[in-house]
Design a protein around this ligand. Structure first.
Ligand code: C2E
Ligand code: CA
Ligand code: CA
Ligand code: CA
Length: 279
């Protein structure tokens, strides 16, 4: 292809924001969607390898655009951060997840932990603790059923305020999990500074655990690191029985992935939990 200079990769395409115009349209649509709370949550089950029980679900945001169809959260979450609407979107996510938990429990399901993703701006907003507790209070969810998933990168800015916020949340029973563990480029120092309950092994390692010795070695190291720090460890993106068996041998505590279930819409999640929580 002919080189048109450094902007040669830019072209009009409403489906991506490769072009300024496409991005502008998507920004407007996203703003409107946030105002109208025009999103849904899917929930992906998390299983304990010891007892084989469903112990939690992870809430994952979904946005169905009127003309473009489903847009991946890997696209619209960073965009929401960029244009400053992550706070209301994140609040909607937490509130909706709490409400779903309560609807499930009151329909007779064994209550399980709900994991909610927090983006870096939510973490550094300054009023993290008050808004989380106000949503918990308004919805009536017991904080022990809430887990917050945070990426390593978000903890690079290791402010005293964040440590204090996490300590407060932890003291009330809210758990903190480190998402995509092993893919950030941070030091390990933060592991000793924050009250972290769980490491989630990123799916790049999980998916290669039975085929690539290095991925297996990294997974083994993460599991032993977690256990020696008294944390639990979960493998994300488990797709095959072989991966499950391998991870069980490594004494990984929990798994999440298509092998158990893909993320499910709210009503199917309730049915799934009803089927799998017969006590
Ligand atoms: P994540 O937190 O690492 O979520 C796991 C992603 O892996 C999800 O993609 C899930 O559908 C996918 N996944 C689950 N099991 C498997 C598997 O077995 N194989 C493969 N290949 N993939 C699997 P999804 O739902 O597209 O979300 C992408 C990312 O968007 C999430 O990654 C998270 O970083 C972000 N995200 C989603 N919802 C929210 C939200 O409410 N708030 C924030 N801050 N971020 C969110
Ligand atoms: Ca996550
Ligand atoms: Ca992850
Ligand atoms: Ca991810």
């Amino acid at each position: 292809a002919k080189d048109f200079g450094k902007n040669s990769h830019r072209f009009f395409s409403p489906q991506s924001y490769e072009s300024e115009f496409g991005r502008l349209l998507l920004e407007n649509d996203l703003r409107r969607a946030v105002n109208r709370q025009d999103f849904s949550l899917h929930y992906q089950p998390q299983v304990d390898l010891q007892g084989g029980r469903v112990v939690g679900v992870e809430a994952l945001a979904r946005w169905e655009h009127q003309t473009l169809g489903n847009i991946s959260p890997d696209q619209f979450i960073p965009l929401a951060e960029d244009i400053g609407v992550m706070a209301p979107l994140g609040e909607w996510v937490l509130r909706t997840a709490c409400e779903h938990h309560l609807a499930c429990s009151s329909s007779g399901c064994q209550p399980v932990r709900y994991a909610v993703n927090l983006s870096p701006t939510q973490l550094h907003s300054g009023n993290l603790v008050p808004w989380i507790f106000s949503v918990l209070e308004e919805t009536g969810l017991d904080p022990n059923f809430l887990e917050l998933e945070i990426t390593e990168g978000a903890l690079l800015k290791n402010s005293k305020a964040t440590v204090a916020a996490f300590n407060t949340l932890h003291a009330e029973g809210v758990r903190i999990a480190i998402d995509d563990f092993g893919t950030g480029y941070s030091s390990l120092a933060y592991l000793s500074q924050f009250p972290i309950s769980k490491l989630k092994i990123d799916k790049t390692f999980t998916s290669a655990v039975t085929t690539d010795e290095k991925s297996a070695a990294i997974s083994r190291a993460i599991i032993s690191l977690a256990h020696s720090l008294d944390m639990r460890v979960m493998a994300e993106g488990v797709e095959t029985r072989e991966q499950l068996d391998y991870l069980r041998d490594l004494e990984c505590d929990e798994i999440q992935g298509y092998l158990v279930s893909c993320p499910l819409p709210a009503n199917e999640t309730m049915q799934f939990l009803a089927r799998h929580s017969l006590s």
